[in-house]
Design a protein around this ligand. Structure first.
Ligand SMILES: [Mn+2]
Length: 323
């Protein structure tokens, strides 16, 4: 299917008044930055606009949010337009899917590879390194004068989704757009310090505690670690501050698979699996009632931590014996 033009999308946005923006669940720098840039531009154009979220914005992105994001599902009443940003899969709107569809017109702006365009107006370009690049083009097509705040939000979107301009998706155009953002007066060094060098001490401490629980399985081919509610309260950290620990475990030399167990508030154990080259962790997760991808999967066990730990350990030992 063919995309709409930025002009068509701009025309629809300017005809609306109440506009809700929807980043994907577990919003990252691209989703948050793209939404904030668009939200600010729409408010400057006199629109009532909010970004509807349902989870915490990661701490290192909070410097961008100047009262654009809300958890209030009822804000604005019935929106004229809903825009899903950096997300072209209804399931990634999670609990906000119904709310999204209440709008008179739905719009999707995204760069993920996708099979279907489910909105009234769509602009999906998987060649873009970040949705931030597409928002930049949209704003330009609409004649929006980019200010420093919009520049910071878009730079954040691009720098995070390109892994600081290191991933293969980074193109000449990515750099050209980033360069143009400098003209808004941004301080790229300041933005990167906020994003990459502003870790909460609590986050470092919870990672330290979690990594301390590491033990090896199957002669070092797998590693297991865990985090408990008690560890969270001891450190004052949030559970999402352990995100990325399981990838860190997998990155150890010689490790094929990693499992990270999280004790939820309700006492259930959420398990994340990662593998490097050969082990199908989706199969393991499915055998515990979960699912996912070959190299990244998860499941939830309704038992205590030590019981869950033993079961996972046993399974990894058995599976890696076969590899
Ligand atoms: Mn993205």
């Amino acid at each position: 299917m063919i995309n709409n033009t930025f002009e068509e999308i701009g025309k629809a946005l300017s005809a609306g008044h109440k506009i809700l923006l929807f980043p994907h669940i577990n919003a990252d720098g691209d989703a948050v930055g793209s939404c904030i840039a668009l939200c600010r531009a729409l408010r400057q154009a006199g629109k009532e606009c909010w970004i509807l979220i349902e989870d915490r914005i990661p701490g290192n992105l909070q410097f961008l949010d100047d009262d654009y994001c809300t958890l209030d599902q009822d804000i604005l009443g019935k929106p004229d337009i809903s825009v899903c940003v950096d997300c072209s899969d209804m399931s990634r709107l999670h609990d906000r899917g119904k709310r999204f569809l209440t709008a008179g017109t739905t719009v999707c702006i995204d760069h993920h590879l996708t099979a279907d365009r489910f909105c009234d107006l769509n602009y999906i370009d998987s060649n873009a390194a970040a949705t931030g690049e597409l928002i930049y083009k949209l704003l330009l097509a609409c004649g929006v004068q980019l200010d420093k705040e919009i520049g910071e939000a878009l730079f954040t979107a691009i720098v995070t989704d390109t892994g600081r301009f290191q991933y293969k998706n980074t193109s000449k155009q990515t750099h050209e757009i980033a360069a143009a953002l400098y003209d808004t007066g941004i301080d790229a060094g300041y933005i990167c310090t906020e994003i990459y060098e502003s870790m909460r001490m609590e986050k470092l401490m919870i990672r330290n505690k979690a990594l301390n629980t590491l033990s090896t399985v199957a002669g070092g081919k797998a590693v297991i670690a865990y985090v408990t509610q008690e560890m969270l309260s001891e450190t004052g950290a949030f559970m999402d501050e352990t995100d990325g620990v399981v990838e860190e475990l997998r990155s150890i030399k010689g490790v094929e698979a990693a499992a990270f167990l999280k004790e939820s508030q309700d006492g259930k154990i959420k398990v994340s699996f990662r593998s490097k080259q050969s082990l199908d962790v989706a199969e393991i997760a499915e055998s515990f009632g979960g699912g996912g991808h070959i190299r990244a999967a998860g499941c939830t066990l309704a038992c205590g931590l030590s019981d869950a730990y033993d079961q996972i350990k046993e399974r990894l030992t058995a599976c890696l014996g076969r590899v």
